[in-house]
Design a protein around this ligand. Structure first.
Ligand SMILES: [Zn+2]
Length: 423
């Protein structure tokens, strides 16, 4: 698996393709159950000697021989043997990122028909824990933790009337809270003296800034590996706030930029990441936005070096003309391999997200599903077959939504166009 490192050598950021593949795998593993306590989960840290692991599994084997239930005993012993055999083929030590192995007889609903499965995974990020578990399910929690988003910025838009906090996680803006200031407007209409009003107003601003700083600590300090904080808003309040003595120094030193935006609230947050993109250049959000803007620009210019739509993109892949394949994660189609229960033929069919009750296209008989993958997984496989770079983009940004709705969520930037007219 390809790994993208972002500055900090200890921190690896998964590419969207890795993230997609891993989350699909976890989803699949989580759906599997054992008949009894007989599914093995094994996490081996990077660099660990595999003969030691095998030794430990042999001890487990002799203990498992005492299991009372005959089927469970047979299943556990079989699974342990399979894992030991696999480990023997894998060399002397675990690879740098470690190894994760899931093995066992999967309950398919018919007693006696359980199927032995083994999954050997080299995780895209280093695993530091050792774990051996035998349970009625696979323990995927440690793998799931790898999916935790590490590309995170804190966002704050504020003026003298309100402040909104959010996190930019990868390509997603997660709104946390809006607080109102309680600061009276500049021009008062009361009977108080102007000076007294001014003093009260300054006091209210001071209290408001203190509250904003407290929320900033509450929301931003608990984010591990926070990459920076971007602050914006209309007017000078944001500058007064950041330069004043309000923010915790740990947040203050992470402020990467101050940006003028027209709005506060959620609208202001979107403006903030768009206008402040130069401060968060290495975020996935900005990366995808730039990529899609390049795609749209070529469309607008009527360039030869861009195509969209499945058929056109596939054709260009076959010509070797594709530089970057862009696919929206909003595409939910699945590809099923099914076997007809009456005529026994097998078919590959493509279905929309929620389609059930499939029938044989030839004899209309009932079918059973032999295997299933998403269309995106198929595109990932195809792109690696053709040696093409693939980028998965979110449908939830402004550009991403347009890419899905107006272009079907599949497009490509080309290196050359074999059909280009010779002008
Ligand atoms: Zn049939």
């Amino acid at each position: 698996m390809e790994i993208v490192t972002n500055g900090d050598p200890d921190m690896t950021i998964l590419s969207e393709v890795e993230r997609y593949k891993l989350s699909r795998l976890i989803q699949e593993l989580r759906s599997k159950k054992g008949r009894g306590t007989e599914l093995i989960s094994l996490y081996i840290p990077g660099g660990k000697r595999l003969d030691e692991v095998i030794g430990m599994l042999r001890q487990e084997y002799s203990q498992a021989s005492n299991i009372k239930d005959r089927t469970t005993r047979h299943h556990v012993l079989d699974a342990l043997t399979t894992v030991i055999q696999r480990l023997k083929m894998l060399g002397r030590v675990a690879p740098p990122n470690g190894l994760v192995i899931f093995c066992g007889y999967i309950d398919v609903g018919i007693p006696g028909k359980e199927k032995l499965e083994v999954h050997v995974i080299e995780p895209p990020e280093q695993i530091k824990v050792w774990l051996y578990r035998c349970d009625s399910r696979f323990h995927t929690e440690i793998l799931e933790d790898i999916l935790r988003e590490k590309d995170v910025y804190g966002l704050l838009v504020m003026d003298l009337s309100e402040a909104t906090f959010a996190l930019l996680k990868g390509r997603r803006i997660e709104v946390l809270k809006t607080v109102t200031s309680g600061v009276p407007r500049k021009h008062h209409k009361g009977g108080q003296s102007a000076r007294r009003f001014q003093r009260l107003r300054e006091q209210a601003i001071h209290e408001y800034f203190k509250r904003v700083a407290e929320y900033a600590s509450e929301f931003f300090l608990k984010v591990p590996d926070l990459k920076g904080v971007l602050v914006g808003g209309p007017g000078p309040a944001k500058i007064q706030f950041v330069e004043g003595d309000y923010l915790d120094y740990r947040i203050k030193e992470k402020v990467v930029g101050l940006v003028d935006v027209e709005y506060t609230g959620e609208e202001g947050l979107r403006e903030l990441v768009n206008r402040g993109s130069r401060y968060i250049k290495d975020s996935r959000y900005v990366y995808e936005r730039n990529l899609l803007q390049r795609f749209f620009e070529r469309i607008v210019r009527d360039s030869d070096l861009v195509v969209y739509g499945e058929r056109e993109v596939m054709e260009m892949m076959k010509y070797g003309a594709v530089d970057t394949l862009i696919v929206s994660e909003g595409i939910k189609d699945r590809i099923l391999e099914v076997e007809c229960l009456s005529c026994k033929k097998t078919y590959k069919i493509r279905v929309r997200e929620e389609m059930r009750n499939l029938i044989c296209p030839k004899c209309k008989g009932p079918v059973r599903v032999l295997s299933e993958k998403t269309f995106i997984e198929e595109l990932i496989e195809l792109s690696s077959k053709f040696g093409v770079k693939i980028e998965l983009v979110s449908p939830n940004t402004e550009e991403g939504e347009m890419f899905l709705k107006a272009f079907g969520g599949i497009g490509a930037l080309l290196r050359f166009n074999p059909h280009a007219s010779k002008a």
